[in-house]
Design a protein around this ligand. Structure first.
Ligand SMILES: Cc1cc2nc3c(=O)[nH]c(=O)nc-3n(C[C@H](O)[C@H](O)[C@H](O)COP(=O)(O)O)c2cc1C
Length: 206
């Protein structure tokens, strides 16, 4: 096979935001945490964050990254609580619209008519139409470069029973296709779940 021809760039070779652009167009698809939070004044905020993953399996800790300082980060630091809602395909436009830079006193829930559902253990509400909501207590925020990483311990997983296999006691299994999660690609591109491959992991037998 002929050797691949590559172009190489160091971050300093790129223009402002060039590294950001390359990373967000390459580290794909990214799951989307649709984060609800409440301000100290009681305004419910909602914003998508695709710099999102698991930070710890036990205890369950999730993390998302605020690029710069935004209402979500301010609220989380002020109250120590937030909810990560899965971003489902059928709420695509509401999710995108909730990324609008509304001022802090304005609630995306109210502006966009997104239905709330009370959380059980934290103040910020769940998104009623999201099939999975994780109620989180802030562990810590960590400044990194021009960003802040937020770690939250999951206090409660609230699951839509119609989209989860509950046949095994104490081991609910969400059905991926039923959850229909959106993912973020580069620029303004999004994706839905593609083909699912199911393959057991091999064990080294020595
Ligand atoms: C799909 C998607 C993913 C996003 N991911 C992030 C992210 O990971 N971090 C971030 O700071 N902003 C992200 N944004 C932008 C924020 O959602 C946007 O700045 C929003 O206005 C922040 O709201 P807030 O000020 O109410 O917290 C994303 C936007 C979209 C549409």
């Amino acid at each position: 096979m002929a050797a691949m021809q590559r172009s190489e760039f160091r971050p300093d070779d790129l223009d402002t935001n060039g590294s950001y652009h390359l990373m967000t167009a390459t580290i794909i698809p990214r799951p989307i945490a649709w984060v609800s939070s409440r301000s100290a004044d009681g305004v419910d905020n909602l914003a998508p964050h695709s710099f999102f993953t698991v930070a710890s399996a036990d205890p369950p800790i999730v993390q998302f990254t605020s690029v710069g300082r935004k209402d979500t980060l301010n609220n989380v630091e002020a109250t120590g609580e937030f909810v990560v809602n899965l971003a489902p395909e059928d709420m695509f436009h509401a999710i995108n619209d909730s990324a609008t830079n509304y001022p802090p006193g304005m609630s995306e829930f109210d502006e966009l008519g997104i239905e709330r559902e009370a959380s059980r253990y934290v103040g910020p509400p769940r998104v009623a139409g999201s099939p999975v909501s994780m109620e989180c207590r802030l562990v810590r925020t960590v400044p990194v470069g021009n960003c802040t990483v937020v770690w939250g311990e999951v206090l409660c997983f609230a699951l839509d029973v119609s989209k989860v296999d509950l046949s095994r006691e104490r081991r609910p299994h969400p059905r991926a296709l039923d959850l229909a999660p959106l993912a973020r690609l580069g620029k303004n591109e999004w994706s839905t779940l593609g083909r699912i491959l199911d393959e057991p992991r091999k064990k080294y037998e020595g």
